[in-house]
Design a protein around this ligand. Structure first.
Ligand code: COA
Length: 224
């Protein structure tokens, strides 16, 4: 796992020889980026609950959907953890059509070459600090390591179009998906210049995980 930034060091470092085998280190990495797993689902959903449900009554991914995608395609998620706490995350899955349809909300299409970014959210305490754009940048760099991925797409409410433009996304047009009375703009980002041969470069030091094997079972529809 990549550790970013200096480790807090209020206490002198113990040399390995002074730590007995049964003794645990309690130092957590100051900051790290890693793929999420189903054990992170509750933390993810807590951020979503505050960010979306308390505002509009709904959220991009319900808890069972978070678990669904973190089971099927954890390598398309990225969490930003600070001192053991999830502060921001992205969850994605693969999609195999030019434009998003309602199926894209619940399906992972392992043969697809498009990453559908379902949600980017930053914990309330950590917003307005530039973390959202940094995490998105790292995620897009990471996608360049995945050989078959050609682009990323997302749908967002119109007021967030300028935000995603700053990350390099371009408008595709009005999204065919509506949720209740909400409409969305669909945006895309080209994933080019595949970097998987340069996996040790500074920009992409995220754990290298292969895309899942193309098992038909991984495109099962979510049972809700
Ligand atoms: C949107 C979000 C990811 C931005 O992350 P962040 O780390 O706070 O981003 P920044 O530090 O760059 O600053 C916030 C930027 O977000 C955008 N933004 C956030 N909320 C916004 C809103 N209600 N209206 C317009 N722009 C908004 C703005 O571009 C703003 O930049 P500005 O202050 O220069 O205008 C974060 O606010 C968040 O998690 N919001 C709740 C969940 C959400 O809406 N996710 C996106 C849809 S999936």
């Amino acid at each position: 796992m990549l550790v970013v930034g200096p480790q807090p060091s209020s206490k002198p470092m113990q040399s390995p020889s002074t730590i007995s085998p049964g003794q645990r280190r309690h130092t957590l990495p100051a900051s790290e980026f890693r793929p999420l797993n189903t054990q992170d689902a509750i933390s993810v959903f807590e951020i979503e609950r505050e960010a979306f449900i308390s505002v509009s009554g709904d959220c991009p991914l319900h808890l069972d959907e978070v678990r669904h995608f973190l089971t099927l395609c954890p390598e398309l998620s990225m969490g930003w953890i600070e001192e053991g706490r999830l502060v921001a995350f992205i969850i994605g899955s693969l999609w195999d059509q030019d434009r998003l349809t309602t199926d894209a909300l619940t399906l992972h299409k392992p043969r697809g070459t498009t990453v559908h970014v379902h949600v980017l959210a930053v914990h309330r305490t950590f917003r307005q600090q530039g973390k959202g754009p940094i995490l998105m940048w790292r995620y897009l760099q990471y996608l360049r390591c995945l050989p078959r991925v050609r682009r990323a797409v997302l749908m967002c409410e119109d007021f967030l179009v300028p935000f995603y433009r700053k990350s390099g996304f371009k408008v595709l047009g009005r999204c065919a998906i509506t949720v209740a009375n909400l409409t969305f703009t669909e945006m895309w980002f080209p994933i080019s210049g595949h970097a998987y041969m340069r996996r040790n470069s500074e920009a992409i030091r995220f754990p290298q995980l292969a895309l899942p094997l193309e098992s038909p079972s991984t495109s099962e529809q979510l049972d809700t």
